[in-house]
Every structure is written in structure tokens, then in C-alpha cells.
Design a protein around this ligand. Structure first.
Ligand code: ARG
Length: 457
């Protein structure tokens, strides 16, 4: 394709380091779509004859079905998906194939292909995240009033509802979806027609190719068009953040499934056994989701480092953009699917969750709040009085609401038996009705809104 000025062919190692076909064959659908749009435009503009444009289009359709049936042949000598396809086109239709690359370079071609691929990747991630949100909301609906301990520092803090906890992940995944939507909107300008770096002297119609490929408009600077990989980085950064959320949920499932916690029982279908310890049921899927998030962040860092300091316009370093994006996408898609399955099938041990919520003096804040509300004690003083009560309960080995009223009164005379109403975990969660709080009626409201947004009943 480019051998005219060379006296000698490439060394074997040159071939190997240069070739991207082993991985960029994944772009074949996008490459053919881009070529079809390009040649239709060349034909319409009279840059190639209508007859040649038709022959080329027919040849591309044949190659498309060949790839669909048999896969893309990997020939390192042909470097990349663009050359493999063009070479096959020449075999199929002869010299007319040589006209396809008029007013185009592999630099704008690959930028276009890759944008199309990332756009599809975003759409599939978006669908997966929406499905995950749907199961989160459904499970949250079952547990809008199930009490569990809320933690800070992984120490029991205050009772919350399990529905509230699950809806926290609904919020996180919602932000992920909006990051992907953002990335998609920013990506959607078509670089095709920027040629190698400077544009072209041929009378091309960039609006036409942009529209044919579903882009909003052509890009506005040819140098930027062929050297921009922001869209891939946007994808990787959104993927990294989404994978962090999945990893945090995975981590919670791992802890919760541990016997001393026993908050959940993970489904058999997402667990594995041990080859030596017959009793074991390990949360491998959750652990791998947690692990994959590290690899996804690594992919993001890899491309960040590749792009750092590259002068305009295209440099071959940029060929290294694809493996991290492909890898991150595969890992993310698997992670989303695995977490969706786990959330759907996990069994929550509600009596154990309640028992854990009742331990650890989780309603101490409620006692302090009661002193403020009912006895008009300043909060700092109420905090101190409650601390004394907790110390006593701890010494006696009882829960706060099991301390006799005389003992409480001895700590502060303003306490009376109405306080017990505030000390149960149910009263505690029910009282937290501030917007976004954990009270079951608040949680149910949020779930109803979420269902409306997701379009589920
Ligand atoms: N395989 C190359 C890539 O992935 C295509 C662009 C090559 N352009 C060039 N001038 N060598 O980036």
C-alpha cells in the first residue's frame, strides 16, 4: 500500500511492532460502515464515477458478510483493519478498489472507526447500567422498611433501611449513566474528511458523511480531528468511575457474606466452592468485580500516559489507544452483568440485619436528639449525657433501651420514660424524614421517582 518509495521490505520485528490487526480487527463493522459512507459521498460529489462507487459498495458488502461468517483474517503484513479490507476489496473488484481511499487517510479513517466503536460501547454500557438500576430499585422496594446498621468507619453508626442503602447505589449508577451520556454527546462529531491532517483539496461533503454515520456534525479542525482521543479517555474515565461503584458494592457483598456478618447469602450461581474445604462458598464473582476495577483504572492510566505529550497531529503511539479501551470495555460489561445478577438473586438476612442494627448503641444519636427536642437541652450537652448513658449500658452489657429509667434519670433528671419510644431502631429510621433521609416513607418516595424515570411499574 505504501511501498513505492522503499527499496527493502520491513523486518519481521518491524512488521510485528507495526501491526494492529490482531486487535483492531474488532473495528471491522465500523470500518466498513465508514467506507460505505465515504464512497457514497465520493460518488455523489463526482469524485469517483457512479459505476465505481457502486462496484466498491458491492465489494464492501461482500467483505462484510465474509467477516461476519468467517471473521477477519489476520495478516501482519497488512498492518491493520483498513489495509486488510482494502486489500480484500482489490481482490474482489480489481483496480476500482484503489479509488476508495481518495480524499481520505487512515488517520481520519481510524479516528472515525474508533469513535463509532466507542459510541456503540457507550450504548451497550448504558443499557447494562440501566438494567442494574432496575434490579437495585426492585430490591430496594422489597426492603424499604427493612432495618440494618448504617456504618461510618465500618463502625455501627445509626440504623438505616436496606432500601435506602440499595438506593445509594442507584444514585451512583445514575451519575455513571450521565457521565457516559456526556461522553457520547461530546464524541459525536465526525472526523472523516480531515484526511491525513490538513484536510483535502477534493470537493468532499463532510456533512453528508457525518449524517450517514449518525454524527451530529463534522469536526471543525482537521489537525485536532486526527489527533483527538479525548473520546476514548472520556469513555475510560467514565468506565473507571463506574467500576469503582461496582467495586464498592462488590466489597460490601463480600463483607456481608462473611459468616461473622451473615447479612446476605450470595446466590450459588455467583459463588464457587473450594477444592479442599467442603463447606466453602466463596464470593468469587464479587471479588473479581472488585479486582477488575483495578484493571479498568489501569487501562485509563495507560491511554492517559500514551497521549501525554504527543505533538500534533497523528503519531503511531495512538495506535495503542485500542487495547486498553477494548480491555476496559470487556471487563466493565462483565462486571455490570455480574453485579446485576448478584443484586437480583442475593438473599438478605433481614433478621440478622435488624439484630446488627440493634447492637452497637446505634440509637445513641436518637437519645441525644430526644434530649434536644423534648427537654430543650443544647445538642453538645445532650451528646455528653448520651455518652455517659452509653458508657453505663456498655458496662452493664445491655442495649440503651434496656437501661432502667432510674439509671437514665440518675444521669440526667430531664429524662423520662417517653424516651424509650425514640430508642427503637424502627422509631429511629422512621424519624429521619428529611429529604433524602432513610425513613421508609422517604425511601418509598425516592423509589417511586426512580421507577418513573426508569419507566418501570
Ligand atoms: N493502524 C493505525 C492506528 O490504529 C491506523 C492509522 C495509521 N496511519 C498512519 N499514518 N500510519 O492508528
Amino acid at each position: 500500500m505504501w511501498g513505492g518509495r522503499f527499496a527493502e521490505g520491513p523486518a519481521a520485528v518491524m512488521r510485528e511492532i507495526n501491526a494492529s490487526i490482531p486487535f483492531d480487527k474488532r473495528l471491522w463493522r465500523q470500518d466498513i460502515a465508514g467506507s460505505k459512507a465515504h464512497v457514497a459521498m465520493l460518488g455523489k460529489q463526482g469524485i469517483v464515477s457512479t459505476a465505481d462507487a457502486e462496484t466498491i459498495t458491492g465489494g464492501l458488502a461482500t467483505i462484510e458478510s465474509e467477516y461476519a461468517e468467517r471473521g477477519v483474517p489476520v495478516d501482519l503484513a497488512l498492518e491493520d483493519i483498513h489495509m486488510v479490507t482494502e486489500t480484500r476489496l482489490a481482490e474482489l473488484i480489481g483496480p476500482a478498489a484503489g479509488r476508495l481511499h481518495t480524499a481520505r487517510s487512515r488517520n481520519d479513517q481510524v479516528a472515525t472507526d474508533f469513535k463509532l466503536w466507542v459510541r456503540d460501547a457507550i450504548d451497550s454500557v448504558e443499557a447494562g447500567l440501566k438494567a442494574l438500576q432496575t434490579v437495585l430499585v426492585t430490591r430496594a422496594g422489597e426492603h424499604a422498611a427493612s432495618v440494618m446498621p448504617g456504618f461510618t468507619h465500618l463502625q455501627v453508626a445509626q440504623p438505616v433501611t436496606l432500601g435506602h442503602h440499595l438506593m445509594a447505589y442507584y444514585e451512583m449508577i445514575g451519575r455513571d449513566r450521565s457521565r457516559f451520556a456526556d461522553a457520547r454527546a461530546r464524541l459525536n462529531r465526525c472526523p472523516l474528511g480531515s484526511a491525513a491532517l490538513a484536510g483535502t483539496g477534493f470537493p468532499i461533503d463532510r456533512q453528508m458523511t457525518a449524517a450517514a454515520l449518525g454524527f451530529d456534525a463534522p469536526t471543525d479542525n482537521s489537525l485536532d480531528s486526527v489527533s483527538d482521543r479525548d473520546f476514548a479517555l472520556d469513555y475510560l474515565m467514565a468506565a473507571t468511575q463506574a467500576s469503582l461503584h461496582l467495586s464498592r458494592l462488590a466489597e460490601e457483598f463480600i463483607i456481608w457474606a462473611s459468616q461473622p456478618y451473615a447479612f446476605v447469602s450470595l446466590p450459588d450461581s455467583y459463588s464457587t466452592g473450594s477444592s479442599i474445604m467442603p463447606q466453602k462458598r466463596n464470593p468469587d464473582a464479587a471479588e473479581l468485580v472488585r479486582g477488575h476495577s483495578g484493571r479498568i483504572a489501569g487501562c485509563m492510566m495507560a491511554l492517559t500516559m500514551t497521549m501525554k505529550g504527543l505533538p500534533l497531529a497523528y503519531s503511531k503511539d495512538m495506535q495503542d489507544d485500542k487495547p486498553p479501551v477494548f480491555e476496559a470495555h470487556d471487563l466493565l460489561a462483565l462486571s455490570i452483568a455480574a453485579m446485576t445478577g448478584m443484586v437480583e438473586k442475593v438473599t438478605f438476612n433481614t433478621s440478622r440485619l435488624r439484630q446488627a442494627a440493634e447492637a452497637g448503641f446505634s440509637t445513641a444519636t436518637d437519645l441525644a436528639d430526644w434530649l434536644v427536642r423534648v427537654a430543650d437541652v443544647p445538642f453538645r450537652e445532650a451528646h455528653h449525657i448520651t455518652g455517659t448513658a452509653v458508657k453505663l449500658a456498655e458496662r452493664e452489657g445491655v442495649a440503651l433501651d434496656k437501661l432502667p429509667i432510674e439509671a437514665l434519670k440518675a444521669i440526667d433528671a430531664r429524662i423520662d420514660d417517653r424516651v424509650y419510644q425514640a430508642l427503637s431502631v424502627d422509631a429511629s429510621v422512621a424519624s429521619r424524614r428529611s429529604h433524602g433521609g432513610t425513613a421508609p416513607d422517604q425511601v418509598r418516595e425516592r423509589i417511586a421517582q426512580a421507577k418513573a424515570v426508569l419507566g418501570i411499574d
